[in-house]
Design a protein around this ligand. Structure first.
Ligand code: ZN
Ligand code: ZN
Length: 261
């Protein structure tokens, strides 16, 4: 048994008190559809890995996988509640409590296959995570040139940030074109997409996909890092001037013209 897995009894209890509905307020998305197929996700309030949402370093594995830290949500609301600014631990605990109190009395009829499906899904999730960790990254490692001067390192970071900006731009364009490209593909394959076109944009996952992340989140992060680098550079030059260190140790990169800006 996987040390991270959730106990069958916990899953059972969660399902019984779920009303077979996503826990998010007013969402009617089922956990199991009419064919008893799992169509929702079991979500952690406090994430299980340091990269997970609302990760709490003090939690044990058992606490992370306990009844109190888990709730069922549809894919959409799982994704939306990954916004940890908006959905804090307290807020999610309240969502869970409110939802469960509604269905506490009306127990769901549980089929054995339901618990099995949730377990399979969680195992798949962990397996994917493990595989991610095992990817051989040695080919991606870069040479670390220990003899680089401070300002050369700053310049290297700036260069990498420029690559990131280009990548962000490409991703943003590809997201903008996603819907049109999909329609073109449907046309080519003779697939009828009339219904897709009647959807409002907010119900269409192909429109404005990850818009905020691509157009606000990532550019803001890149800008902040560039600004901090500039400050770091100025602070460094200040120190150099104050302590009257010779030019050689400052190591101004060759062809550099903007050190005074
Ligand atoms: Zn939902
Ligand atoms: Zn999550």
């Amino acid at each position: 048994m996987n040390k991270r897995s959730i106990k069958a009894d916990t899953i059972k209890m969660l399902l019984l008190r779920s009303g077979n509905k996503c826990s998010f307020p007013h969402c009617t998305h089922p956990i199991f559809n009419d064919d008893n197929l799992l169509v929702a996700q079991l979500c952690h309030i406090e994430g299980v890995s340091p990269k997970g949402q609302r990760y709490n370093v003090q939690n044990t594995i058992v606490e992370n996988n306990s009844y109190d830290n888990l709730l069922f949500m549809c894919y959409r609301h799982h994704k939306e509640t990954d916004d940890t600014q908006k959905y804090t631990v307290e807020k999610l605990k309240k969502i869970k409590k409110d939802h469960e109190s509604k269905y506490f009395e009306k127990a769901l009829v549980l089929l054995p296959t339901m618990i099995q499906q949730v377990e399979d899904e969680m195992n798949r999730y962990w397996k994917n995570l493990e595989e991610l960790k095992n990817i051989d990254t040695t080919g991606l490692m870069m040479d670390i040139n220990k003899s680089s001067s401070f300002l050369e390192i700053v310049e290297d970071i700036n260069l990498q940030l420029q690559y990131l900006e280009v990548a962000q731009n490409d991703l943003s364009n590809s997201s903008n074109n996603l819907y049109t490209n999909t329609l073109t593909l449907f046309k080519k394959l003779n697939i009828n997409y009339n219904k897709l076109e009647t959807l409002p944009y907010y119900d269409n996952p192909l429109v404005n996909r990850d818009w905020e992340l691509l157009n606000i989140g990532i550019p803001n992060s890149i800008n902040s890092i560039q600004l901090w680098l500039k400050q770091l550079e100025l602070k460094y030059l200040e120190e150099v001037l104050k302590n009257n260190i010779s030019d050689n140790s400052v190591g101004f990169p060759k062809n550099r013209t903007d050190v005074n800006s």
